[in-house]
Design a protein around this ligand. Structure first.
Ligand code: TUI
Length: 312
């Protein structure tokens, strides 16, 4: 059953849920499964070579006729290529992360592309809305991957008070209770990453999924703070090596050398000891692998139950 906020109209979806643009994880297969399940599936451009991303954008149209998105990671050297591909393929929705999306908004808005920056502070939210963003994802520090400093519980209501476009809450949401909480904070939708890594359609390595299924409430840590790009991931040998670098106040080159290629190593090769197993603090809530459509249905069913109980 449909669950409606302003986002449903903006994105032409049945459930106000976006799948996070997870580098190496969010491909056409996962994104199509989420879109077919009534949410907004998102392909991650990340550092994907343009010719491969081009193929993914062709592929998703063969897998779904529903709207979908492309996430452009602004730190990436391939961000400009991703922007060109978004234009060429007339991607309905573009989300951005890890930087200032002014240029992306300028280039994509005239053609009617919905642009939704992921932000981690009130100042950044205000700036992108002034630049023409259609909505914002307010991403709290519970999230996996590259994070800001403020938790979802504190960030979302402050962003809601600061802007008039729809706010999508991200970070710490893996079930219907999280959706209900996000709505209570004033969000009109949610973005979910970690839970969808254990979608049946997700092509991440089995070892990555296994490690997530075994994770608990204290399984994640944040590495790389000295680089200015802190990253939340599951604790393993790599995160311990990063902690050692921090203790010895190593130079930035040493962080870069240790970090290079680590996400691919975990997601594609399944090296969950020495790869970067990015995941949010809700890792401990992920207990099974099931189809993305079922994950969405069950999340909104539970949200409805919780909201009904609270209303009584
Ligand atoms: O971007 C993400 N999450 C990511 S990107 C990523 S790949 C990566 N790997 C290693 C190092 C860095 C990235 C894995 N996960 N989320 C969106 C997000 N954006 N989180 C935080 C921000 C952010 C931070 C600072 C956005 C803007 C910003 O400052 C821009 C400004 O102009 O103030």
């Amino acid at each position: 059953m449909r669950f409606s906020t302003r986002l449903n109209e903006l994105l032409r979806i049945d459930y106000p849920i976006l799948q996070g643009g997870m580098a190496w994880v969010a491909d056409a297969q996962l994104a199509a499964a989420v879109s077919n399940g009534g949410g907004l599936g998102i392909i991650a451009a990340a550092n994907v070579p343009p010719e491969i991303l081009d193929q993914e954008l062709v592929k998703i149209r063969t897998l779904t006729d529903k709207p979908f998105g492309l996430n452009i990671m602004l730190l990436s050297p391939t961000a400009e290529d991703a922007l060109l591909l978004a234009e060429r393929h007339k991607v309905p929705v573009v989300t951005t992360g890890a930087g200032a999306p002014g240029k992306i908004i300028d280039r994509l808005k005239p053609s009617g592309t919905v642009v939704i920056p992921v932000i981690a502070s009130v100042a950044h939210a205000k700036r992108v809305v002034k630049q023409g963003a259609d909505a914002v994802v307010a991403e709290g520090s519970e999230s996996g991957g590259h994070i800001g400093e403020t938790s979802t519980m504190s960030l979302v209501p402050q962003v809601v008070d600061a802007v008039s476009v729809p706010v999508i809450a991200a970070g710490g949401i893996a079930d219907g209770r999280g959706i209900a909480a996000a709505l209570a904070l004033g969000a009109e939708g949610v973005q979910v990453g970690t839970r969808f890594v254990c979608a049946a359609e997700c092509t991440a390595h089995e070892n990555y999924k296994e490690m997530l299924l075994k994770a608990g409430d204290r399984s994640t840590t944040v590495t790389g703070r000295p680089t200015g790009h802190p990253v939340r991931c599951l604790k393993n040998k790599l995160s311990q090596a990063f902690e050692e670098l921090e203790r010895t106040s190593a130079g930035l080159e040493e962080f870069e050398r240790l970090g290079a290629g680590r996400l691919r190593k975990a997601v594609v090769e399944g090296d969950v000891e020495w790869g970067s197993v990015m995941a949010g603090q809700v890792a401990g809530l992920v207990k099974d692998v099931k189809p993305a459509g079922q994950i969405i249905e069950e999340m909104f069913e539970q949200a409805r139950e919780v909201l009904g109980r609270l209303a009584r």
